[in-house]
Write a protein that binds this ligand. Sequence first.
Ligand SMILES: [Zn+2]
Length: 394
Amino acid sequence: MKLLKYPHPYKAWFTLSNDPDHTTLDRWNKLHQAIWGKLELPFSDSLFVKSYNDYVPGQVNLFDQKHLILGHSYDTIHTWGDYVYSRDKVFTHNDAVEAVDIINEFGIKPLIWVDHSSFTGNFIKNSDWGTKAYHTDAAGHKYKNFVYSLDLAYSLGIRYIWDGYLVETIDQQPNIFRKKHIRGLVFDFFYKHLKGLFSRLFKVDIRRDEDSELNRYGLKIVDFGNGRRMYSFRRFGTWNDAHIDGIPKIVNESMLNKLVKNGGICFLYTHLGKKLAAANHDEHISRETLDTFTLLKKYYEDKLINLSSFSKLLDYIVLKDSINIDMENSRIEFSPDGIRFKDLTCMDLAGQSFSFSISKSISIDGLLVYINGKKSVCHSIIVNTPKILTLSFQ
Ligand SMILES: [Zn+2]
């Protein structure tokens, strides 16, 4: 019995979320109607709690728009709000306290944090001041850090964080898992041994997958201290195409076919509210971009690519990594990973499915499913083919 990469019959998994930069209410409505309305794509979304951006007045945020932007679900916060291009508003810890109240007031339970631009309170990208309660100057004087807020994010439930990088590899599989590619292996070998020299010569920070402890899906444990650990994930795409007009360029038939062929994942978190400055179409969403969203739906309906929210895919990856198959006793055990799930219950597994390839000798009736040591009362077993079964949790 072997765990399959994705729930049967999907071969790959794709997820999309809008980085709210530049998203005005009018654009939000257009995106909502196309993605969540007409096409009913099962994605979740990201939001600003407040916006003080003087470059983009009217940028959608939970505090100003309230229920107007609650037509679809959110599992991601783009920090505590947009404080970057403000003439006179300076972010402090108190703003994060207020943001938590607003998030709770609207019943939103974010699991994912994405750093924003050069925000001083970021956790990873451009600044990690948001993670430091104190800082000490060169003379040894210690100061309380006004933009610290990691404590609040953690107690709010944030367990996933963007690692600050974009990855152009279509299936997002780290290089170390691309064993088949001899060229990649040869490159890796030389890279590993010459990296130090290259970095010194060109004074650049060369970052490659094998430098970090990435799992097969590019996730990595980030330890912020005081028992606060999260998983970082990587985003697909390029900065030049990180706007709505870049979508057809990076997501198209050839990309999706490659994603299926390689059995990969795609975390596409991009600026859907931002048009290319030189775009020559009046409407916010071009015909080509709409066609791309329709194409995504087709791959989903053809059962080739699974679509979901970011958090469902992230949870799936974490849960999948802690499944234990005990063949001798026909027992499958789901365990908490200790970071995202301190405990594990039916509620945590609800909506998830896991498929296994089986041999004839397995008796389905005798199959035992345990969740953190307790017998599961919330799963059903579906025999998909004589060789594949799926555990689905309600
Ligand atoms: Zn942003």
